[in-house]
Design a protein around this ligand. Structure first.
Ligand SMILES: [Zn+2]
Length: 254
């Protein structure tokens, strides 16, 4: 290798590191020393991918799916096991309040065959845990609420749903249900990427902040458009993005 080639390689690495630091500061509001610490611990290939990922995010900041792709790129060095890696990422780096907010924000049905009849009941992923916890219900239910104990509904406040109150008192189960939720969100992401199926994901991004809104939709699971799952979401897309950004930031600064 000539001196000139070596110099060019060093210059490229320096440009890459500077570009990466600038994007880290822009997207995560990192200080110069925080950005330097993140950039220094990455090898050139990972730096290049992270820089490209951050530039992709910069051009699509309002798109929740872009942020899911970005988180995926942070942890998925290999092709397989991305869903599991995303689950681990959220378990490890979202804080407890963010985890509960995510669990509160989505309801899902069981899977069903497309075209079959039947009620597509959607529920929080922790609903069955709440429903079977007779001890909690006996200790926390006013008798006048008994007729509501089998209900589950999205949106906040949710006067006929006790899933969120229940999971707040079952801290050891939060990560278990969070993994289920992230698995479902990954299914939705796969429906878009692998089946080119339009998945709405969230209530309208442009609604005024004081308007409470939920939306209902369905997506195919796996290949072939045979199995579907219905879902309802009430979390605002910009809040969802904020949580994903926090998760990415905590991961990068670990
Ligand atoms: Zn519920």
């Amino acid at each position: 290798m000539t001196d000139q080639t070596t110099n060019q390689g060093s210059i490229h690495k320096a440009i890459l590191k500077d570009g990466l630091k600038d994007e880290l500061k822009a997207q995560f509001v990192l200080t110069q020393s925080e950005a330097e610490a993140v950039a220094e611990k990455m090898d050139p290939l990972i730096s290049a991918r992270l820089w490209a990922g951050l530039r992709f995010v910069a051009g699509n900041k309002q798109d929740p799916l872009t942020w899911i792709f970005f988180l995926e790129s942070l942890v998925a060095l290999k092709q397989k096991g991305k869903s599991h890696k995303l689950q681990k990422l959220f378990v490890g780096y979202a804080d407890e309040a963010e985890k509960i907010e995510l669990l509160d924000g989505f309801l899902f049905s069981r899977r069903y065959r497309f075209g079959t009849k039947g009620k597509r009941v959607v529920r929080h992923v922790m609903f069955r845990g709440f429903l079977s916890d007779e001890k909690w219900k006996s200790e926390n239910f006013d008798p006048s609420w008994n007729s509501w104990r089998g209900y589950c509904s999205g949106g906040t406040p949710s006067p006929i749903c006790f899933c969120v109150d229940w999971i707040k008192s079952q801290k050891h189960l939060i990560n278990k249900y969070l993994r289920v939720l992230i698995g479902h969100l990954y299914e939705m992401r796969c429906a878009v990427v692998h089946e080119a199926f339009p998945v709405v994901f969230f209530p309208d991004l442009f609604l005024a902040p004081h308007i409470q809104s939920t939306m209902r939709d369905a997506y195919p699971i796996g290949h072939g458009l045979s199995w579907f799952r219905s879902y309802e979401s009430s979390i605002r897309p910009n809040r969802f993005i904020e949580i994903l950004r926090n998760v990415a930031k905590c991961y990068l600064l670990k």
